[in-house]
Design a protein around this ligand. Structure first.
Ligand SMILES: Nc1ncnc2c1ncn2[C@@H]1O[C@H](COP(=O)(O)OP(=O)(O)OP(=O)(O)O)[C@@H](O)[C@H]1O
Ligand SMILES: [Mg+2]
Length: 209
C-alpha cells in the first residue's frame, strides 16, 4: 500500500487503489465525526506520463482523455437517470487529474463467477448511455462496478456503475454503439466462457444495431 502525503486535489493521506494502463487511482482517507467513513471517501484519478510515447503526443492524449472523462461524467450527472450510475465528478486539477466520488464496489469481472449479475440492469445502463449519444469506448468488465449487496432489491436505482470514460465520445452511429457491445461481449466471454445466454443476448442486441 502506497501512501502519498498530498495531492493538489486533496489535503491528507491517499492510498493507491489501482495502477492501471492509463492512470493511478488514489483513495482519499477522510474521517469526520457524524458522517459515515465511506460517504466521505473520494477518488483521485491521476493520468500518468507514458515514457514510450512522444512527450508532445503524451501530453495531448492525457489532456484529451481527462477532458473526455470530465465532460462525460458531467453529462451523465445531468441526465439524472436512475438506470445509469457513474461516479460523481467533483473537481479537475490541471490537464491530468480528476476528483470524483468513490464507489466501494467490485469490478464486474470479479463477481461474474460468484454471483448472479443482472444482465438486464447492465443492458439498461448501456441503453441510457447510448440513447444520450455517449459511446464509452472501452466497455470491459473492469470498467463496470457492481453493488452486489443491492442486486436483489427491487429498487429503481440500478446496482450497476459504469466508470473510466477517458475514451468516450459523442456519436449516435449504430456502428459505434455496436463496437461498445462487441467489446463487452468479448470481455464477458473471456471471463466466463459458459455464460452462453449472456453472449446470445448481446448478439441479439448487436443485430438490432
Ligand atoms: N470512482 C471510483 N470508485 C471506485 N473505484 C474506482 C473508481 N474509479 C476507478 N476505480 C477502480 O480503479 C480501477 C481503474 O480505474 P480506471 O479504469 O478508471 O483507470 P484506468 O487507468 O483506465 O485503468 P485500466 O487501464 O485498468 O482500465 C477500476 O477498475 C476500479 O476498480
Ligand atoms: Mg479501466
Amino acid at each position: 500500500m502506497t501512501i502519498l502525503t498530498t495531492h493538489p486535489l486533496h489535503q491528507g493521506p491517499l492510498t493507491l487503489l489501482s495502477q492501471g494502463a492509463e492512470a493511478h487511482i488514489y483513495l482519499t482517507q477522510v474521517s469526520t465525526p457524524y458522517t459515515s467513513h465511506q460517504q466521505q471517501q473520494q477518488i483521485i484519478k491521476q493520468r500518468t506520463t507514458k515514457l514510450y510515447r512522444h512527450p508532445t503526443l503524451d501530453k495531448r492524449l492525457i489532456k484529451q482523455r481527462t477532458r473526455a472523462e470530465v465532460k462525460t461524467l458531467q453529462k451523465i450527472q445531468k441526465l439524472e437517470n436512475a438506470k445509469l450510475n457513474a461516479p460523481q465528478f467533483i473537481r479537475q486539477h490541471g490537464d491530468s487529474a480528476i476528483l470524483m466520488s468513490y464507489l466501494p464496489y467490485p469490478q464486474l469481472k470479479d463477481v461474474l463467477k460468484s454471483t448472479h449479475t443482472s444482465i438486464d440492469r447492465i443492458a439498461e445502463a448501456i441503453a441510457v448511455l447510448h440513447d444520450a449519444g455517449i459511446i464509452h469506448g472501452d466497455l470491459t468488465t473492469s470498467n463496470i462496478l457492481v453493488n452486489t449487496q443491492s442486486e436483489r432489491l427491487e429498487t429503481e436505482e440500478s446496482n450497476i456503475y459504469i466508470i473510466d470514460f477517458g475514451l468516450s465520445h459523442i456519436s449516435l452511429l449504430a456502428e459505434e454503439k455496436a463496437v461498445d457491445l462487441y467489446v463487452l461481449e468479448r470481455a464477458w466471454e473471456s471471463t466466463h466462457a459458459d455464460m452462453f445466454h449472456m453472449v446470445t443476448a448481446f448478439r441479439c442486441r448487436l443485430d438490432l444495431y
